[in-house]
Each structure stands twice: as structure tokens, then as C-alpha cells.
Design a protein around this ligand. Structure first.
Ligand SMILES: Cc1cc2nc3c(=O)[nH]c(=O)nc-3n(C[C@H](O)[C@H](O)[C@H](O)COP(=O)(O)O)c2cc1C
Length: 246
């Protein structure tokens, strides 16, 4: 790398230019102030000498140190192959898209055989065992024939949990509805909240069937993220939509 490029990469030119501009401004202002107070000539000369002495120091610091996301570092401690700004942006991006980024995953599947409360409770028991340590929260809606689940948590563990669930022989035809980044959890209080639509009261059942459709006498579980949230809002706002278990 040529000396010119290295000076540019270390922002020596920028710092030098900025220093001269600021020093000139400071000198102008001080000259005005000193004139109006009748300060002796040697005072402004001293300030000019101090400002001039600061110039090589500013260039030296620009050359020797770099401002990084971890603070000010000696230049040799920093990856020289990258321009400083790119490195800072990359570092910031890495922080926000790290494995800690919260995601939400929604899927729907068909139950092998007929679902019942025993099955729901066995799934919720596994969830209570595994989900908290993996940082997973969510909701599971179950009809006699289908599952609909919203899982939320950090990317890696969400992925691993979903893979495990998808291999479960108790269901089939897993259909991914959405997998998106989220800012905050919607179901933070639940390792897994189970809602069984087995013994719905008639009024609620016909309201849900009207809105989402009917499937062999059961409420049809929706296939879009938007409708899933509509369904969950209705179910969770009902005082006792069905027996609900945590
Ligand atoms: C529809 C459905 C949803 C499930 N959800 C979860 C879950 O959120 N967390 C979980 O650990 N297991 C869940 N399971 C169970 C897993 O597939 C698997 O059986 C279980 O995690 C095994 O762990 P265990 O040996 O501790 O029970 C689910 C299974 C089904 C069929």
C-alpha cells in the first residue's frame, strides 16, 4: 500500500484539514475578543503558537490511533486491510444480526390420528422441559386434525427446535407459514401456551368457521401469518375460548 493510501486510510488528511479549519476559526474568534478587550498582542501570538504546535500532534494521533467500535485503539491493533468506516459498519451489523436476534416461526401441520388433550399435554410437557433453556416461547393451537404453532426465540435455537418438532412422528405435512425477525416477543410469558379447539362453545365455533373456514367439522387453521395473528387475537381475548394449558 502506498504512503498516500495509508495516510488516506488513517484519515490523516481529513484530520489535518479539519484541524486547520477549526484552528483558523478559533484564531478569528479570539482575535475579535482580544481586540474588544484590548488584550496585548503577545496573547494572540501565544494562542497562534499553541494552535500551530497542536497541528503536528493532531496528525500524529490520526496516524497512530484509530477509533473503533471497541474504543480508541493503537493502529497496529486494528485490521489494516479494511477501511476504518467499513470495519465499524460491519462490526455494528454483526452485533445486530447475531445469533441473539429474535425470530418468530409459524407453521401448520396435520395430526396423525385424532388429537386430544392427552396429546396436547404431552407436547406441552416436552416444551416446558426444553423451551426455557433454549429461550423459546410460543403458542400451540390444536384442532382434532391439525396443529398450528408460533415459536419465538434466538435464530439458532429456534431453528434447532423446529427441526426436532418437524421430525416428530405424531404429525406430518409440516407447512412453514413464516419465519421472520421480530423486535420483541408476543408470547414472552409462555414456554408454550396450548389452546385446544376440541370443545368450543357453538357461538365461538361458528364465528371462527365463518371467518377462517371449516374443515371436516373443525375450524380450519389459517395459512397466512396475518390470519394466524387474527385467530390468536380472537382466541386469547376470549375469556375461556377452550381449555387452555401452559
Ligand atoms: C405439534 C408439535 C409441537 C411441538 N412443540 C414442541 C416445543 O415447542 N418444544 C419442544 O421441546 N418439543 C415440542 N414438541 C415435541 C418434540 O417434537 C419432541 O418430541 C420433544 O422435543 C422431545 O423432547 P423430550 O424428550 O424432552 O420430550 C412438539 C411436537 C409436536 C407434534
Amino acid at each position: 500500500m502506498s504512503i498516500f493510501n495509508e495516510l488516506k486510510r488513517r484519515k490523516v488528511f481529513k484530520v489535518g484539514f479539519a484541524y486547520m479549519l477549526i484552528a483558523w476559526l478559533v484564531a478569528q474568534i479570539l482575535q475579535l475578543v482580544f481586540e474588544s478587550f484590548g488584550t496585548p498582542d503577545w496573547a494572540i501570538k501565544t494562542v497562534l503558537v499553541l494552535l500551530a504546535t497542536g497541528f503536528p500532534l493532531a496528525l500524529f494521533f490520526a496516524w497512530a490511533y484509530e477509533i473503533t467500535p471497541e474504543g480508541v485503539k493503537r493502529d497496529h491493533e486494528v485490521d489494516r486491510s479494511q477501511p476504518i468506516t467499513t470495519q465499524t459498519i460491519k462490526k455494528l451489523r454483526r452485533n445486530t444480526t447475531s445469533a441473539e436476534q429474535l425470530n418468530s416461526l409459524i407453521y401448520k401441520s396435520r395430526c396423525k390420528g385424532l388429537a386430544n388433550w392427552d396429546l396436547v399435554e404431552s407436547i406441552l410437557a416436552s416444551s416446558a422441559r426444553n423451551n426455557p433453556e433454549k429461550g423459546i416461547t410460543g403458542v400451540l393451537v390444536v384442532t382434532e386434525t391439525h396443529f398450528l404453532q408460533v415459536l419465538e426465540g434466538p435464530f439458532e435455537s429456534l431453528n434447532a427446535t423446529f427441526e426436532r418438532i418437524a421430525r416428530d412422528m405424531r404429525h406430518e405435512g409440516t407447512q412453514l407459514i413464516s419465519f421472520t425477525e421480530i423486535e420483541e416477543r408476543r408470547f414472552a410469558d409462555w414456554a408454550m401456551h396450548g389452546i385446544g379447539l376440541f370443545d368450543l362453545n357453538l357461538e365461538l365455533k361458528s364465528r371462527l368457521c365463518l371467518k377462517f373456514g371449516e374443515d371436516n367439522g373443525n375450524v380450519r387453521l389459517p395459512s397466512t401469518a396475518h390470519e394466524v395473528m387474527d385467530l390468536l387475537n380472537i382466541l386469547l381475548s376470549e375469556e375461556q375460548p377452550a381449555k387452555a394449558t401452559e
